[in-house]
Design a protein around this ligand. Structure first.
Ligand code: FES
Length: 342
């Protein structure tokens, strides 16, 4: 039976789930394209996995203590497995190399329950997706969802060469039907999709979703800056650039000042000095906190706050989420005290 999460559940469940770890078995690893493989996880004890909504990602705990986030690309109606597609990035931080070189079928690994910071709009008239390379992974699940809803969409898929492009075979029917177009640039973005022209017009009710390398993400953000608030959605798997576009961006980059962090449930209060993060201070006092990227883009450290005004510095939470949650690896506080639900 299909499990549908409400928006509140989707936010609340992943927050609780963020600390929920699952023993999983690597059921299969299969090549999708040059340097890209699909990894299929099932629960180690054979039970159904927690439900997820399209756009979700999981943490994978890798040998050597690394934790990395990978988007689920399989349909969100499936409960028997999670599938992620990973590009082996020789110039990366080592997570994708460990996935490709250290994991094998049958291996038991720890993963997290899915979290979602990249949701489909429930009331869009149509959806525009832009995927860059391996950024196609969450979008595969999202396209499956909009197809099931019977909603209008178009996918622009930007890649280097056909050999390095995952899911081309799966997407071919959409390409043939005019619902998807693939843009190969041969490694030179100047030969790729003309973003300014593609994003110049924004028909009423259109929502934009994008995921890919940070250069492409920044270019899309700039080319769609005139789109209405709340119509642009993205998932970053590296820290954002240092562009400063809005008053909030300027505020986020103000020099650090000290503030108090109060843990309401455990009734403890600590001072966070300039140069320290909330996570640093909590760990320094023996409080256990889960983190992964420590740069505000993975969502692992998402925490509910009860009072105070955070100075958000993440690239995960949207305006609505920021009224309730804060990423404590990078956020500071505008108010003298920030009260956390810990
Ligand atoms: S640890 Fe990644 S957002 Fe905080």
């Amino acid at each position: 039976m299909e499990t549908v999460l409400t928006r509140d559940e989707a936010i609340a469940r992943p927050e609780r789930a963020a600390r929920r770890k699952i023993e999983a078995r690597v059921k299969s690893i299969r090549p999708l394209a040059e340097d890209v493989s699909a990894f299929e996880f099932v629960s180690a004890d054979g039970s159904a996995l927690p439900p997820f909504i399209a756009g979700s990602h999981i943490d994978v705990h890798l040998p050597g203590g690394m934790i990395r986030q990978y988007s689920l690309c399989n349909p969100s109606t499936e409960r028997h497995h999670y599938v992620v597609a990973v590009l082996r990035d020789a110039a990366g931080r080592g997570g994708s190399i460990a996935m490709h070189d250290a994991l094998h079928a049958g291996q038991i690994v720890t993963i997290s329950a899915p979290r979602n910071h990249f949701q489909l709009s429930a009331d869009a008239a149509q959806h525009v997706f832009i995927a860059g390379g391996i950024g196609i992974t969450p979008i595969m699940a999202m396209i499956d969802e909009v197809q099931r809803r019977g909603e209008a969409f178009h996918l622009f898929y930007c890649a280097r060469t056909p050999q390095r492009t995952a899911f081309l075979d799966v997407l071919q029917p959409l390409i043939d039907a005019g619902d998807a177009s693939v843009h190969f640039d041969g490694g030179d973005p100047r030969n790729g999709l003309d973003l300014s022209r593609t994003l110049a017009q924004c028909a009423p009710g259109t929502h934009l979703y994008y995921c890919g390398p940070s250069g492409l993400m920044d270019a899309i953000e700039t080319a769609s800056a005139h789109w209405p608030d709340g119509t642009r959605h993205c998932e970053r798997f590296s820290a954002a650039g240092t562009r400063v576009n809005t008053p909030e961006d300027h505020a986020a980059r103000r020099p650090d000042t000290p503030f108090e962090v109060e843990l309401r449930r455990s009734q403890r209060t600590f001072t966070v000095q300039p140069g320290e993060s909330i996570v640093d201070v909590l760990r320094g006092h023996g409080v256990e906190v889960d983190t992964s990227c420590c740069e505000g883009y993975c969502g692992t450290c998402m925490t509910r706050y009860l009072e105070g005004e955070p100075l958000h510095r993440d690239t995960v939470l949207d305006a609505e989420d920021r009224e309730e949650f804060v990423m404590i690896c990078c956020a500071r506080s505008k108010s003298p005290t920030l009260v956390l639900d810990i």
